[in-house]
Write a protein that binds this ligand. Structure first.
Ligand code: SF4
Length: 463
């Protein structure tokens, strides 16, 4: 999971990129980077850590310009060290070029080894570098594409690059005088386009436009290539795919509730998941407690359908920084308690429906159930606003290995016993599908094991 942001045609573009990528901090906390051009030269900064804490004003001043791209990283592909932080910058035949990427390529390993055999030197171990390396490896013009004279040099190189890579990519190239925005033909990861006076913006989620008081314009379409330069905006559809595979987990968990992605308001979709869960459930209880923050919106939907009070039975501590790996179980448990605290005032003697967005390993749910019981809850009924997670993701989300997924190892009854709940219920996959207009255009592989794209070799850690 990563966040990307781009802005073209505004003075102090690096600062707009800084605030835009800050609004996407939830998509990655490992590192942040901004590349900016003043129409003469591309300059970049990359730092480990959070946006606000890592980047200094002087560092922004040093790269100041009119067009910029930015990235927050949650490592999925390649090692998690600084070398793979983005933007990745490389000298290409178009000068110094930067790229930011959200997604994961499924044919990285065979493609890289093919290129290495030809003598190409790689500086990174992340798949993103391929988007720069391949620019100098060939050119094609797909049938039916009529190029604007200004795009005749660059675009055939980009089309060649896209013809070689397979997988999930929402991508922004920054050249010294233009930005090129691209979304893979299956549209795995979101990317939207915004407007702000004369400036054009791109972002993984619309919440990045809100912070800049920019207007959400439209989604970048799956398979679309958009060039933005001083002469205007030009758009191409070089490779179409019959099958779309937008990540349904974006609606369940990854995107912020106030964002608009994949033609859906995330809040509405998430609230609907809670409503549908409630329709399926005849458990008698006193109150509904969300697991903050991601369980909150489905819990609102659930409580409204049931007519049950929604209470903050778990309070989130917002000041949790980095924590280290503790040597004993007792100390490891403290880490969960650092993040969440039970609220005895509302829990004592109550039959509680506790709602979370998803259940992956089961270890956090187990701690939450025991926390609620210790704080006096009489019954704890765990409700999950998505189906059981049964498979890992190969398309840009850092999920645990198949063996670590509890639903892969245990049946419903065993999971309920493992987490210590009085009952456990998931949202059926059919209900999840019913939340979106065209479920066939979504990927749900981690819930169904129905993978829309074969994996030939990725830079992901072993699954
Ligand atoms: S496997 Fe799951 S997380 Fe990955 S793209 Fe598909 S729906 Fe999203």
């Amino acid at each position: 999971m990563c966040g990307i942001f781009g802005v073209f045609n505004v003075e102090y573009a690096e600062r707009y990129a800084f605030y835009g990528i800050y609004a996407l901090q939830h998509r990655g906390q490992e590192s942040v980077g901004i590349a900016c051009s003043d129409f003469e030269e591309v300059k970049a900064i990359k730092k480990p850590g959070l946006v606000l804490e890592s980047i200094k004003k002087e560092e922004l001043d040093a790269i100041s310009g009119y067009l910029a791209v930015a990235h927050v990283r949650y490592s999925t592909a390649g090692d998690s060290g600084g070398i793979n932080s983005q933007p990745i910058v490389r000298e290409t035949s178009f000068g110094k070029t930067a790229v930011v990427h959200n997604g994961n390529l499924v044919n990285y390993l065979p493609l890289r080894s093919e290129l290495e055999k030809k003598g190409v030197k790689f500086m990174h171990t992340s798949d993103t570098e391929l988007f720069l390396v391949l620019l100098d490896e060939g050119e094609i013009l797909p049938e039916g594409i009529d190029l604007h004279p200004l795009d005749r040099e660059l675009l055939p190189r980009i089309f060649y690059t896209l013809s070689r890579v397979k997988g999930a990519y929402s991508l922004l190239y920054l050249f010294k005088d233009r930005i090129v925005a691209i979304r893979d033909p299956m549209g795995f990861r979101p990317m939207l386009m915004g407007r702000m006076r004369d400036a054009i913006l791109f972002a993984s989620e619309s919440c990045a436009f809100d912070i800049l008081q920019a207007e959400l314009w439209r989604e970048v379409r799956p398979g679309e290539v958009i060039v933005v330069d001083r002469q205007g905006i030009r758009t191409y559809m070089p490779f179409k795919s019959e099958r779309k595979a937008m990540c349904i987990f974006e609606l369940v968990y990854f995107s912020k509730p106030e964002s608009f992605v994949f033609d859906n308001w995330v809040y509405k979709a998430r609230k609907r998941m809670g409503e549908l869960l409630a329709y399926e459930d005849d458990t008698v209880a006193d109150l509904v407690v969300p697991v903050p923050d991601s369980g909150l919106v489905p819990a609102i939907g659930y409580s409204q359908v049931k007519g049950l009070p929604l209470e903050l039975g778990l309070i989130r501590n917002h000041y949790v920084g980095r924590s280290f790996i503790e040597p004993t179980q007792e100390l490891r448990d403290v880490k969960v308690l650092m993040k969440l605290n039970p609220n005895r005032a509302v829990l004592e003697g109550k039959r509680v429906i506790v709602i979370d967005d998803s259940l992956v390993r089961g270890t956090t749910s187990k701690k939450i159930v025991s926390m609620l019981r210790r704080a006096g809850a009489k019954e704890v009924h765990m409700r999950i606003a998505s189906p059981p997670v049964v498979g890992p993701c190969f398309y840009g989300i850092d999920t645990p290995t198949r063996n670590e997924l509890i639903a892969n190892r245990m049946n419903l009854e065993d999971i309920k016993n493992f987490i210590g709940a009085d009952s456990l219920m998931y949202l059926p996959i059919e209900s999840l599908h019913s939340v979106v207009e065209s479920p066939q255009d979504f990927c749900d592989a981690c819930f169904s094991n129905n993978y829309p794209l074969e994996v030939e070799g990725t830079a992901l850690r072993m699954r």
